[in-house]
Design a protein around this ligand. Structure first.
Ligand code: SF4
Length: 477
C-alpha cells in the first residue's frame, strides 16, 4: 500500500464510423482509475466539433448516465484520469485540455512530467505566452500549436515539438481529422495500441484498458514513436526512436500498473511474483504464513510463498468502498486512515510468525501502522519484506515520490527502519534484482539509485506551485 501515486492515465479511440465513443472512453477510463482518482475528462470529436466534460472526482463521480448521454456520437474521443499533486487539485488542471489555434483546434491528454518544464515555461513566458494552469500539459499543447502554425500537418507538429520536450510524456492528441499517440523517447510511461472487433482503434496507458473495451492488444508504442490514425489508416513515425536509451519506469511493474496489464512485453503480475521470489532468496526467514498488503503486495507475496515453501494466506481485508468523499485525516491522524482502509483477519494471523510483503516504504508512517494492526491482531513475529529497493531520491517523471527530507531510507539504516516501524526484521529487494525481475536492463531506477536518465530539473511544476525553486544538481549518470 504505497504512499506514492501515479499522476495520470490516458485513453483514445478512433473510428471510421460515427459511434458512441464517449461510452467507450468511459469504460476505458474506468479500467485506468488506479492511475489517478482526483479528476478525469473526456473530449469527443464529432466531425470537427469538440464536446468535452472534465471535473474533479473519479470516473464514477464525474460521468453520470445523464452526462454521458449529452455527448454526441463521434469518430474520435480521448480521455484522461489524473492524480492531482502537480499544480494542485483544481479544475484548471483537469484534462484533456482543448486548444484553439489559427489552423484549427486540438485536444490533448498527457501522462508524465517534463524534466525541462521550468526552462520551457520560462522561455515561452518571456516570448509572451500566457498559461492558465501549472501543468506541463499546457506547455506541450502550446509548443505543438506553435509548431502546427509552421507545418503542414499535426503529426509533423507533434514530431517537431518532441525535439523540445525532455522527460516523461505519453500523449494522446486529437485534431479535427486525426488522432495521434506519442511516447517519449525514453519510454518512461507505458502506452499501447489495440483494435476492437468492429475496427475501432484504441490507445491506452495500459493494456487492461484495451481489454475493458473489448480491444485486442496489438502492441506497445515504441519509445519515441508517433502513431497517427486518420481516414487513410494507421501511420507510424519512428524518427525519435533510439535517439536516447530506453528507460521505462520500473515502478510501473512494482506498484503503479494493474497486475493484469502487460507493459513492453512483460506481465506486471509475473514481474511482481518474480520480485517475491527474489525477495525470498535474498531474505529468507522461518515463518508460518506469507501475507501481502492489499492490493499491490499480493502478487509478490504469492511469489515469496512459492519460493520459500511457506503458505500464502490473506491477512487483511481492504475496504474497497473508500471514494473521493472520504475525508482524509492529516499526517498526525494516519492511524485512523490506515485502519479504515485495512482490517487484519485476526483468525488468520493470531499467534503466527508472519512474513509481511509490501511494495515500498516511503515515510514509514503507513508501514508502521500496518505492522501495528498485525500486532494488535495477535501476530507473534512480523518480518517485513519490501518488493523494491529503498527509496532515496525523488522522481521527476510523473510520480509524487517525496523529497529526500521525508524519505525514511535517506536517514536511517534498514535495522533502524525495522525498529521504527515495529517489525522483527526488514528486507528490501536489491537494485541488481530488478533486471531479473523484468528480464531486461533498460529501465529507469532513479528513485532508488539516483541515476537520472535526464538532467535533473531546475524546478518542478510542484515546486513552482509551492513557490520553491531548487538548484539544478547536474546530470547524474
Ligand atoms: Fe519510475 Fe522511479 Fe524512474 Fe520515477 S524515478 S520514473 S518512479 S523508476
Amino acid at each position: 500500500m504505497a504512499e506514492i501515486h501515479e499522476e495520470c492515465g490516458v485513453f483514445g479511440v478512433y473510428s471510421t464510423q460515427s459511434a458512441d465513443l464517449a461510452g467507450l472512453a468511459y469504460y476505458g477510463l474506468y479500467a485506468l482509475q488506479h492511475r489517478g482518482q482526483e479528476s478525469c475528462g473526456i473530449v469527443v470529436n464529432d466531425d470537427g466539433v469538440f464536446s468535452s466534460h472534465r471535473d474533479l472526482g473519479t470516473v464514477n463521480d464525474v460521468f453520470s448516465r445523464e452526462v454521458l448521454g449529452r455527448f454526441p456520437k463521434g469518430t474520435m474521443a480521448i480521455g484522461h484520469v489524473r492524480y492531482g499533486t502537480t499544480g494542485g487539485n483544481n479544475r484548471e488542471n483537469c484534462q484533456p485540455i482543448v486548444v484553439n489555434h489559427q489552423k484549427g483546434k486540438l485536444a490533448l491528454a498527457h501522462n508524465g512530467n517534463l524534466s525541462n518544464a521550468y526552462e520551457l515555461r520560462s522561455a515561452l513566458e518571456l516570448g509572451g505566452a500566457i498559461f492558465h494552469s501549472t501543468s506541463d500539459t499546457e506547455i506541450i499543447a502550446y509548443i505543438i500549436t506553435q509548431q502546427r502554425l509552421k507545418t503542414a500537418s499535426i503529426e509533423v507538429a507533434v514530431s517537431r515539438a518532441m525535439n523540445e520536450l525532455d522527460g516523461a510524456f505519453s500523449l494522446v492528441i486529437m485534431s479535427a481529422a486525426k488522432m495521434i499517440a506519442a511516447r517519449d523517447p525514453h519510454g518512461f510511461r507505458p502506452l499501447c495500441y489495440g483494435i476492437t472487433p468492429e475496427g475501432v482503434h484504441v490507445v491506452a496507458s495500459e493494456s487492461c484498458a484495451l481489454a475493458a473495451v473489448g480491444a485486442k492488444f496489438q502492441r506497445d508504442l515504441l519509445p519515441g514513436e508517433i502513431l497517427t490514425f486518420d481516414e487513410t489508416g494507421v501511420h507510424t513515425d519512428r524518427i525519435h526512436c533510439g535517439t536516447v536509451e530506453r528507460r521505462a519506469c520500473i515502478f510501473e511493474y512494482i506498484y503503479f500498473a494493474r497486475p493484469d496489464s502487460v507493459i513492453d512485453g512483460v506481465s506486471v503480475h509475473a514481474a511482481r511474483k518474480n520480485a517475491g521470489r527474489l525477495l525470498a532468496k535474498r531474505h529468507s526467514v522461518d515463518a508460518d504464513l506469507v501475507v501481502g498488503v492489499p492490493d499491490s503486495g499480493l502478487d509478490a507475496a504469492i511469489g515469496y510463498a512459492e519460493e520459500s515453501g511457506i503458505p500464502f494466506g490473506l491477512g487483511f481485508i481492504k475496504n474497497k468502498y473508500i471514494g473521493r468523499t472520504f475525508i482524509s485525516p492529516g499526517q498526525g491522524q494516519r492511524v485512523d486512515q490506515v485502519k479504515i482502509k485495512l482490517s487484519p483477519i485476526r483468525d488468520a494471523v493470531q499467534g503466527k510468525r508472519i512474513v509481511l510483503i509490501d511494495d515500498s516504504i516511503v515515510r514509514g508512517t503507513t508501514s508502521g501502522q500496518i505492522v501495528g494492526l498485525l500486532r494488535e491482531a495477535g501476530a507473534r513475529e512480523i518480518h517485513m519484506r519490501i518488493s523494491s529497493p529503498p527509496f532515496r531520491n525523488p522522481c521527476y517523471y510523473g510520480t509524487d515520490i517525496d523529497s529526500r527530507d521525508h524519505l525514511i531510507a535517506c536517514h536511517h539504516t534498514v535495522e533502524e527502519i525495522a525498529s521504527i516501524i515495529g517489525a522483527d526484521s526488514l528486507g528490501y529487494l536489491a537494485l541488481e534484482d530488478l533486471t531479473e525481475m523484468i528480464g531486461s536492463a533498460d529501465y529507469c531506477h532513479a528513485c532508488f539509485s539516483g541515476q537520472y536518465p535526464t538532467a535533473i530539473p531546475i524546478c518542478t511544476a510542484k515546486d513552482r506551485f509551492e513557490g520553491k525553486l531548487s538548484q539544478r544538481e547536474g546530470k547524474q549518470k
